[in-house]
Structure formats: C-alpha cells, structure tokens
Ligand binder design. Structure first.
Ligand SMILES: *Cc1c(COP(=O)(O)O)cnc(C)c1O
Length: 401
C-alpha cells in the first residue's frame, strides 16, 4: 500500500539504517544478567521453585524500593488487581468506578472479583480518570473508586481522594504501569487502600514472563491478599478474615509468583533507577524532534500539579491525525508502534450487557481513535529516535527534516 500518496507531498522517505522495534530491553539491563544468572542457578540448586527464598527476598526488596509496608508477590498484575479488590472487601454486586480508557484488566478484574465496573470519562490531556466524571458515576451501590495511572503520570490523586472521601469510597489504584511514580513522595499504589504493580516483560520493570504484586500499608489487606493467592490458606489451615466479604473468605486462588521471576526482578531492581532516567532522556529527545510536526495533535503532557509529582515515562504516546495510516506507514518502514487502547472499555463486547453507548465518554473515545505509542524502551538510541521522527515528519509533510 502506498500511504505516502495520502500525505500532502511525496518526496523520498528518509534513509533508514536499521528497523526500530516497538519493544526491547535486554541490552539496557545488560549488566544485570550475570547477577540474574547466578540467582537463577541458586533457584535451580535450591530445588524450591514455588515460594522458595527468592519470592520473600523480592517482597522485601520491593517494599524497601517503594516504601510500602507490605508487598505481596503474585502471578500477574491482573491477579494482583483481583486479589486486591477482594482483600479490600469488595462484596458481590458492589460497583467500582473505573476510567473508560485503560487496559481491559482494569475492568475485567472488577468482574472477576464479583463486582460491577462503572465507567467514567478521562481528562483529555493526561488520559487519566476525570474526577468530575468519576463523581457523577457514583450511585448508592458504589463502594470503590479505582483510578489508573497511565503512560507517564499519576491521575489527579488530590481530587480523586476528595471524591472518595465525599462519597465514602475505598480508593484503590491500578498502578500496574506506575513503578517509580510518586505523589508528594508517596509511591503509586500507596495513596489509598492499596495498589498493584505489573512486571509483564514490556513494563518499566519487566520479568521474563508474567508477574505482579500488591502494595499496601494495611496489614490486614496484605494478610488477606497473601492468603488468597494461595487457596485462602494461612499455614496449613483455611483462612478466615473477619470483616471481609463472605465470597472472599471462602475462595482463594493459585496465583503465586515463580521464584525464577523473583530472581530476575531482584537482579534488575538495582538498575531500575538508571533505566527510568534513560527513559526521561529519550522522551525529551522525542518531544524536541516532534514539537513542530503538523498532523501531530498532542505530545505527552505532564500536568502541572500542586503536589510534587514524579513522572516516569513507561510509554511515549502521541495523538495524530490519520493515526492508522501513520502506523501502517511506520510499519512499512520498519518502525513498530502500538495502539493503547483501540476500543474504550465501555464499548468492549464483553461489557455490552452493561448498556453503555457510543458517545457517552467522548474523551476516552477520542483517545482510542487518535493515540499512537511510538517505539519506547531504554535500549533505543538517539539515532533510532531520529529515524522514527524523520519518518513521522515525512508522513505529514513529504519532507524528512
Ligand atoms: C499491564 C497492565 C495491567 C495488567 O498487568 P498484567 O501483569 O499484564 O496482568 C493492568 N492495568 C494496566 C493499566 C496495565 O498497564
């Protein structure tokens, strides 16, 4: 397909020396591999592959890094959300307000925990839950509010804490992509009852497969989550948590983190701060090169807050005219992109029974139609960014510079 024909001019596309994949992070954590290999050997020799020594060490290391009183390691970020909601006492049929623009797990975790997701619109600049829309979504059956921290920054946690307090809601955070982000010094996930982290390989801190964690300062939530991940067991007896809903008391799951993943994460953690700094440099390099490209409607914008915030670039997301044609043009020239998220949650087929309609959350719908994530990982070079930006410029102007 000739996508250049759709552009205003059709000069030759810029030269490219090598493809730029959307994702890769082996090289940036290169100096971690000897340590990771030694730890993996330790797991093999230890012979305890499930909840041996590495998982406990990982929970302690993560608690220290984030400042959480309790970290509960589990099988994935999605399981962390389900178990967090249950450990916080979500009862069957309870409503949880979530943004309409997020990864599917934000809403499916509510259903899996026995609740009902209620959608609200996002702020069009930060793509995070709009506090006014969230307040409008609250009904007599709503018990929880779950903002999501997306791409490079936290949702407006001062305003959302206010909404939760005014309506008597438990505040939990889908902080799956927010490792390193802080609000007045408090790590994401610790601004309400609890939050989660995902260590899916593409995340800022990725394992070599699925892994996740629950963060909380509340010992009772940690104790409940810790039992629920292991069939509801504490020691050899079945658990009972007074005050937590009956459904939660009776059914645990098997969602333990593998010791091999804990070993990998322990090896990578000391390099995380450097990887986060590298991500900030790469985001600045993109913004400098893309600032004046016509056809780009928005570059990532970190909102000015009264709070002291600590943005971390997990994804570099632009809004573009003719987004799908741009993505196809980049793919044709060896550049990988991703669409986070092509369909808003309220229009996902699995939630059709909830009765939402197109047009109900215009900012979420616009974000789904216009946003595109460019290649972004700490292994990128400035030359890679030059390549991507020259192609983007060429797509819209017919010139590479
Ligand atoms: C990655 C992610 C999840 C799910 O984490 P997994 O480890 O893939 O299960 C949930 N919510 C958001 C916002 C995410 O980005």
């Amino acid at each position: 397909m000739d996508f250049t024909a759709a552009g205003p001019a059709a000069g030759p596309a810029p030269d490219r020396t090598r493809p730029v994949p959307f994702f890769g992070q082996a090289a940036s954590f290169e100096d971690a591999w000897p340590d990771i290999r030694a730890r993996v050997t330790e797991v093999i020799d230890d012979g305890k592959y499930s909840h041996g020594q590495q998982v406990g060490r990982w929970e302690a290391a993560l608690a220290e890094w984030t400042g959480a009183r309790h970290c509960v390691a589990v099988n994935s970020g999605t399981d962390a959300l389900v178990l967090l909601l249950r450990a916080c006492g979500l009862a069957p049929g309870d409503e949880v307000v979530v943004p309409a623009f997020s990864f599917i797990a934000t809403a499916s975790s509510v259903v899996l925990a026995g609740g009902r997701p209620v959608f609200a619109d996002i702020d069009p600049v930060t793509y995070t839950l709009d506090p006014n829309s969230a307040a409008d979504a609250v009904t007599g059956r709503t018990t929880m509010l779950m903002p999501v921290h997306l791409f490079c920054q936290l949702a407006d946690m001062d305003a959302l804490t206010g909404v939760a307090e005014r309506h008597g809601l438990t505040l939990v955070e889908d902080s799956a992509e927010a490792i390193g982000m802080r609000w007045n010094g408090v790590h994401a996930g610790l601004l309400g009852a609890g939050g989660v982290l995902s260590f899916f390989p593409t995340k800022t801190l990725g394992a070599l497969g699925d892994a996740g964690a629950i963060l909380t300062d509340d010992a009772r939530i940690a104790e409940a989550a810790s039992a629920l991940r292991h069939h509801g067991r504490t020691g050899r007896t079945l658990a009972h948590f007074p005050g937590i809903s009956r459904a939660t008391e009776l059914n645990g799951v098997n969602s333990k983190m593998d010791d091999l993943q804990a070993a990998v994460l322990l090896g990578k953690l000391p390099r995380l701060a450097a990887a986060v700094r590298r991500r900030a440099e790469l985001a600045a390099a993109y913004t400098e090169r893309l600032r004046d490209v016509p056809g780009l409607l928005r570059l990532p914008t970190v909102a000015a807050r009264e709070a002291d915030t600590n943005p971390v670039f997990y994804v570099y997301l632009v809004e573009a005219e003719r987004r799908d044609a741009l993505a196809a043009y980049l793919a044709d020239h060896g550049v990988g992109t991703e669409t986070y998220y092509p369909v808003p949650l309220h229009l996902q087929p699995c939630f059709a029974a909830l009765g939402y309609k197109q047009g109900q959350f215009p900012h979420a719908e616009a974000a789904c139609a216009r946003t595109l994530a460019l290649p972004f990982h700490p292994d990128l070079t400035t030359a890679d960014i030059d390549t991507v930006c020259a192609l983007v410029r060429h797509f819209f102007t017919g010139r590479a510079a």
